[in-house]
Ligand binder design. Structure first.
Ligand code: AMP
Ligand code: MN
Ligand code: MN
Ligand code: MN
Length: 293
């Protein structure tokens, strides 16, 4: 498999905090020229069968995917899992435990927003939720935009829901070693999602990469919709330093909110090993389409 493959291995559906269904995402990925696709909902694999079936109906190859919320050095880090067995019981249980505190956290976010005069935000956010177990800050952000409190979601995350601002509720997610182990023992590869997004000191970032590698993590996102192009070479060098494969994914959530569409990213820098090369035998191939006549 070539590094030039149009692989998009990171996006979200209504099963977590995206606005499109797995079927709509598959169609959009296919229309945009994606050749290998993975749906990576937050802490949830309930959309995987639908995503694989929709991809295969379009002749599109598929890798199972998930994005696990992890607490590391007082920061929330996201670990993407690719190519795991969708039926693995330990992974399913780990994800269910990770989702566990979201309901109460969301109610607390609502109470904090009420204290600064924003009433009924919890009820408002719930209207955008597709999966009752997966209420996220994104759903609050949509409510705050549509009710006129903020102009767009980036204003929401500047003024609310983040550290130092109203509606920030610290939360303990999975631990790094567990998340990597669930993915690996289910036959998949763990990948550090958008490392450029965390506000780590160089020492903390080095600790993340070292511990992730020691636990058996296999890859890092280099080209992602959550990175600036200036960050691609930085994380390409980190991938090489730590012997990690490189991944590529838009992190697409919604046609109205996401700057990077499915399949629209530049290719990975040439000297890297793409994750799809190491996951070759985990790819769920689309059935060969009937010969044209
Ligand atoms: P949660 O898992 O509930 O903490 O929500 C995290 C989600 O919020 C991320 O997956 C993003 O979709 C969204 N998010 C976080 N920060 C921002 C930001 N600055 N701008 C837009 N979306 C953000
Ligand atoms: Mn999200
Ligand atoms: Mn993420
Ligand atoms: Mn994501």
């Amino acid at each position: 498999m070539t590094i030039l493959l149009n692989a998009d291995l990171h996006c979200h559906s209504v099963v977590s905090d995206g606005t499109l269904t797995p079927e709509q995402l598959a169609a959009r990925a296919h229309a945009n020229g994606v050749q290998l696709w993975a749906l990576t909902d937050h802490d949830e694999i309930g959309g995987q069968r639908r995503a694989a079936a929709a991809a295969h109906a379009l002749g599109l190859d598929y890798l199972s995917g998930v994005e696990i919320s992890v607490s590391f050095a007082d920061t929330t880090v996201h670990i993407v899992g690719l190519g795991f067995d969708m039926e693995d019981a330990q992974l399913a249980q780990g994800l269910q435990d990770t989702r566990g505190g979201r309901g109460e956290r969301a109610q607390e976010i609502g109470r904090q927003l009420a204290q600064v005069g924003i009433k009924d935000a919890y009820e408002g956010a719930l209207k955008y939720v597709g999966n009752p177990e997966l209420i996220s800050r994104t759903h609050f952000a949509r409510h705050l935009v549509d009710s006129g409190v903020c102009r767009d979601t980036s204003e929401v995350f500047r003024r609310f829901l983040t550290e130092g601002h109203p509606g920030y509720v610290p939360h303990r997610w999975a631990c790094l070693s567990d998340a990597v182990r669930w993915i690996r023992e289910a036959g998949g590869m763990a990948v550090i999602a958008h490392p450029g997004r965390y506000r780590f000191t160089p020492t903390e970032e080095y600790a993340l990469f070292s511990e992730f590698s020691q636990h058996g993590g296999g890859g890092v996102e280099v080209v992602t919709g959550s990175h600036m192009p200036s960050e691609y070479p930085i994380y390409a060098a980190m991938a090489q330093e730590f012997g990690l494969a490189a991944s590529r994914g838009s992190d697409f959530h919604s046609p109205d909110e996401s700057h990077t569409d499915l399949g629209a990213l530049p290719d990975l820098p040439g000297q890297l090993t793409p994750v799809w090369e190491l996951l070759e035998d985990r790819i769920l191939r689309a059935p060969a389409s009937p010969a044209a006549h």
